[in-house]
Design a protein around this ligand. Structure first.
Ligand SMILES: C[S@@+](CC[C@H](N)C(=O)[O-])C[C@H]1O[C@@H](n2cnc3c(N)ncnc32)[C@H](O)[C@@H]1O
Length: 208
């Protein structure tokens, strides 16, 4: 598979191939989610939105944490909406989890609905990162937090691996400094960043 095809299928997993990628991501991203979620305290009554929820396993983990709250997942791929709904079937049926087909650019929620918005491995593909972060900020409560967790960020140690991906239209691999500036441009404050340079993992938390 070419790098262009890898980017395309992860940016919007479609068809049978996309469903397989969604199921694979449910396995391969588990350690990354766990690491990222270790950076944030989550109250059991929190309302959480997972943007770009893919196959829906991170939604399930979040649902287990917020037993007195609620989790929404959104994704712009109909196949991922279907997969995440099936993955969370029991929680969806009792209304604890809701999965919706939507773009990050136009979230179908009122202002100030969520305590936390999570974005795992998805910001690379957002069409207008600052405007989309503003949209995320809009649906957060005052003092609500955004948690961004990625397994690729611009860093000298991974330049050779990452550059070809960054050159594909539709994918942007940002540096830690970029994330700080982008979040601040979107109106967030108190940006905190943790990196594991040897893995090229990054977690960013910012407050509305
Ligand atoms: C690499 S996958 C990661 C999926 C999941 N968060 C995970 O960690 O396994 C990126 C996901 O973001 C979704 N996505 C990309 N751009 C999006 C956008 N503009 N609005 C909503 N979802 C988007 C894709 O459809 C895909 O499911």
């Amino acid at each position: 598979m070419s790098i262009e095809d890898v980017v395309r299928i992860h940016a919007k997993p479609s068809g049978e191939e996309g469903k397989k990628v969604g199921m694979d991501m449910n396995e391969h991203h588990y350690e990354l989610w766990r690491w990222g979620l270790g950076h944030i305290s989550i109250r059991p009554d929190s309302w959480i939105l997972d943007v770009g929820c893919g196959g829906g396993r991170a939604v399930s983990i979040l649902g287990d944490i917020v037993e007195a709250g609620k989790v929404y997942g959104i994704d712009h791929s109909p196949e991922m909406v279907e997969l995440a709904t099936v993955f969370n079937r029991e929680a969806v049926e009792r209304g604890h989890v809701t999965i919706i087909h939507s773009s990050v650019s136009e979230l179908p929620f009122p202002d100030g609905m969520f305590d936390i918005v999570t974005a795992f491995e998805t910001c690379y593909f957002w069409p207008d990162i600052v405007e989309d972060l503003k949209e995320v900020r809009r649906v957060l409560k005052d003092d609500g937090r955004v948690l961004i967790v990625n397994e690729m960020y611009e860093h000298a140690s991974f330049e050779e691996r990452n550059t070809p991906y960054n050159e594909v239209e539709g994918m942007n691999i940002f540096s830690a400094r970029d994330y700080r500036e982008l979040l601040e441009a979107a109106g967030f404050s108190s940006v905190e960043i943790d990196e594991v340079p040897e893995n090229n993992w990054i977690t960013i938390i910012a407050i509305k």
